[in-house]
Design a protein around this ligand. Structure first.
Ligand code: BTN
Length: 277
């Protein structure tokens, strides 16, 4: 089945929806490259690109992003939206929350009594299940020409890569820090049902950046694995700082208390010192 034909996807695309069309490609260099090329060719924000394989998948901080063992192992997509007029830096957090919403909506990882939610967000937006990463998010901002000849349009490419079903993967060595949804739930996951639920949640969460940022941040803080932990992070200028992650501010920055001062981290890798994540 093609992604755009799944009933949960057709239910959230087309007229009246923020998502105009879902292009499902067998192989692409990166869904970001393809989505940007489409916008430059005159398609408008709202286009979604899904690929089974990426030959040059991109991760954060210049890293790559690996495909799964088979063409249906991962859900890799770029959703294009007009940049919010509010705090655009909240969009990557909104995308992480949207994936959490989708997993909840499909009840893929029911809460464990006494433990709470299994899916949490490691700041800024690594999606973790039981402390193992199962999805990553890469957001890019571009100005593209308006096909109608107006002012250039400020768009975000919301790239989400979810490891859906990597069962059979050897989880020793570096791969021990990762999991997939099917491994975590020990059962099947309908990849395109997840896509439909994700697109529904993504539209709502991205709209909240402008409409309801306080509620968005409150939900984010509840889901955030990093808060209340000792962390090591890159401060402004690139120097490593250690401290206690106390909050996420209104711009989505992680506030780290070093004992002497409170430093706002805007981007980069944060290591939780309590474990090897
Ligand atoms: C990370 O490093 O955690 C972010 C990974 C983002 C991967 C996704 S897969 C779909 C989209 N296309 C890409 O090339 N990257 C993002």
């Amino acid at each position: 089945m093609r992604a755009g034909d799944h009933p949960r996807v057709t239910a959230v695309t087309g007229p009246g929806s923020p998502w105009s069309v879902v292009h499902h490609l067998d192989e692409v260099s990166s869904t970001h490259d393809d989505a940007l090329a489409r916008l430059k060719d005159g398609e408008v924000a709202g286009v979604v690109v899904v690929a089974d394989r990426q030959t040059r998948g991109r991760g954060r901080a210049g890293r790559g992003w690996e495909d799964g063992p088979g063409p249906e192992s991962s859900l890799m997509l770029t959703a294009t939206v007009r940049a919010p007029s509010g705090a655009v830096t909240l969009a990557p957090l909104a995308a992480g929350l949207a994936l959490a919403d989708a997993v909840d909506h499909l009840d893929l990882l029911p809460e464990v009594e006494g433990v709470g939610e299994r899916l949490r967000l490691k700041w800024p937006n690594d999606v973790m299940v039981d402390d193992r990463k199962c999805a990553g998010i890469l957001v890019e901002r571009h100005l593209v020409d308006d096909p109608n000849g107006g002012e250039p349009v400020d768009v975000l490419l919301l790239g989400i890569g979810t490891d859906v079903d990597w069962r059979g993967t050897d989880r020793t060595g570096e791969r021990a820090a990762w999991t997939s949804l099917a491994e975590a739930r020990e059962g099947d996951v309908d990849r395109f049902a997840l896509l439909g639920a994700l697109l529904e949640a993504l539209a709502r969460r991205v709209a909240a950046v402008d409409d309801a940022p306080s509620a968005l941040l409150a939900d984010y803080r509840r889901r955030c694995l990093t808060l209340g932990q000792d962390v090591e992070a890159q401060g402004v200028g690139g120097s490593a700082i250690s401290g206690f992650a106390v909050d996420v501010d209104d711009a989505g920055r992680l506030l780290v208390d070093t004992g002497r001062e409170r430093i706002a981290i805007t981007a980069g890798d944060v290591t939780l010192l309590r474990s090897d994540t």
